[in-house]
Design a binder for this molecule. Structure first.
Ligand code: GDP
Ligand code: IMO
Ligand code: MG
Length: 424
């Protein structure tokens, strides 16, 4: 069975934990978009792994992992991750492949991401991870990108790098007053990566197609979330790739006719890191409480995540865009101890009621959630392993969300460890 796992909110839903669980019943795990802006946490025994580029399935011995053509790859970050895994006893040898077509992320992408954010007026800030993701995708679309396979011919690579950096240096000098970058230095740096990087590279689209033909089970690991998707999210406060289901197809080169299921991961509440509206944002007191209890600090940048009530308007949007067949609901344990729990079921925008997500930024900024209030529960959920042991109000909350989202909840997570999971 070939499954796509997608974040249905603004990222950090707990995708890493679920990928790690589903990887046990998969043969190949594929990242298809984003780059090392992602931070996927997997915890088991007393170990914590945070993966940024390499699929979370790598932690299961014998599973094959693929970094698809849709990913932007920073070789420095990639090798750091390979070495981190090796230091913890996880070998990637012979079971990790990078698409030859994946675009390389260069130091000038990181630099320009940082300069653009720092020089932007408050309104223009995106609150990026400053990993160079946006500038790298911009180059890809502008046809000035450089791919992994371009490293094969060093003369070609050098020529192209020279031309690209000459243009970047003009922008750096004229717009940011920066002295510019040395082609030689960057070329020498990439020359040191070349052999090792090429040893991981492959025509991964062909590889995946052959795996599918042999009835291998492929699991696609989404990064970010649907509301950060460049087409379907809260533009311009988004990342620069398709984090929704379409990205799995274009970013891997596997046909949509070979996909069997789409799993949407949601948190039992909402979080967001970076700029952009969050209509259901908690009051400061409740925010502090949930941030602390849920340990809501970014896995990549350490920034505090803003938190709010579950927003059924945006999540319904995600279910529709992705054709989500099943929902994995995470962090339900964090909601224990509240007197009441709210769900946003629609918005009021300038005197109108909207049940669907408004695309115009100015409308979304003005959207005031209309809440449905449910009774909370006081019990600790972290040790619960059977549906029948949930407090009645917890069951009611899950059932209400299923009705609002028109998709069944099949996985419920009550803690960060592997065992703290219910398969319904
Ligand atoms: P991802 O980006 O979607 O993979 O999510 P992150 O790893 O960035 O953030 C999810 C955080 O929640 C991590 O620290 C996980 O260890 C933690 N987590 C996952 N599931 C649960 C859960 O059910 N309960 C609690 N309390 N924490 C969880
Ligand atoms: P995972 O895979 C949460 C956010 C950033 C910023 C916006 C654009 O762990 O869920 P970028 O650096 O991509 O140009 O930043 O997107 N963002 C994430 N938020 N989880 C992520 O990944 C994110 N990756 C990017 O905070 O608002
Ligand atoms: Mg994350």
């Amino acid at each position: 069975m070939n499954r796509i796992l997608i974040g249905a909110q603004w990222g950090d839903e707990g995708k890493g934990k679920i990928i790690d669980l589903l990887a046990q019943k998969s043969d190949v795990i594929v990242r298809f978009q984003g780059g090392n802006n992602a931070g996927h946490t997997v915890k088991f025994d007393e170990e914590t792994f945070i993966l940024h580029l390499i699929p979370s399935g790598i932690l299961h011995p014998g599973k094959v992992c693929v970094i698809g053509n849709g990913v932007v790859l920073d070789p420095k970050a990639f090798f750091e991750e390979v070495d981190m895994l090796a230091s913890k006893g996880v070998s990637v040898k012979g079971r990790l492949f990078i698409s030859e077509q994946a675009h390389l992320l260069f130091p000038y992408h990181r630099l320009m991401d940082g300069l653009k954010e720092e020089s932007a007026k408050q309104k223009g800030k995106i609150g990026t991870t400053k990993r160079g993701i946006g500038p790298c995708y911009a180059d890809k679309v502008a046809r000035t990108g450089i791919r992994v396979c371009d490293l094969k011919d060093l003369r070609f690579f050098k020529e192209r790098l020279g031309a690209v950096i000459a243009e970047k240096n003009e922008v750096l000098k004229k717009i940011y007053g920066h002295p510019g970058l040395s082609v030689k230095k960057i070329f020498e740096e990439f020359k040191t990566y070349r052999r090792r990087l090429l040893s991981f590279s492959k025509d991964t689209s062909l590889f995946l197609h052959e795996a599918a033909r042999k009835k291998k089970d492929i699991l696609f690991e989404g990064a970010q979330g649907t509301m950060l998707d460049v087409d379907h999210g809260t533009y311009p406060y988004v990342t620069s790739s398709n984090a929704s289901v379409g990205g799995a197809i274009s970013g891997s080169g596997l046909s949509p006719t070979l996909i069997d299921k789409v799993i949407g991961v949601v948190k039992a509440y909402t979080t967001r890191v970076g700029e952009g509206p969050l209509p259901t944002q908690f009051s400061p007191k409740l925010m502090k409480y949930i941030q602390t209890k849920g340990e809501e600090f970014g896995a990549t940048t350490g920034r505090p995540r803003r938190c709010g009530w579950f927003d059924a308007v945006v999540t319904r949007h995600s279910v529709r865009i992705n054709g989500i067949n099943e929902i994995a609901m995470m962090k339900l344990d964090v909601l224990s101890g509240l007197q009441e729990i709210k769900i946003a079921t629609s918005y009021r925008v300038g005197g109108k009621t909207m049940r669907t997500y408004p695309h115009a930024t100015s409308e979304f900024e003005r959207a005031r959630p209309v809440y449905e209030t449910m009774k909370g529960w006081q019990e600790d959920l972290s040790q619960i392993r059977r549906w029948k042991d949930f407090p009645p109000n917890t069951k009611k909350y899950i059932r209400r969300l299923e009705t609002l989202l028109e998709a069944p909840v099949k996985i419920v997570s009550v803690g960060s460890k592997r065992a703290q999971t219910l398969f319904l």
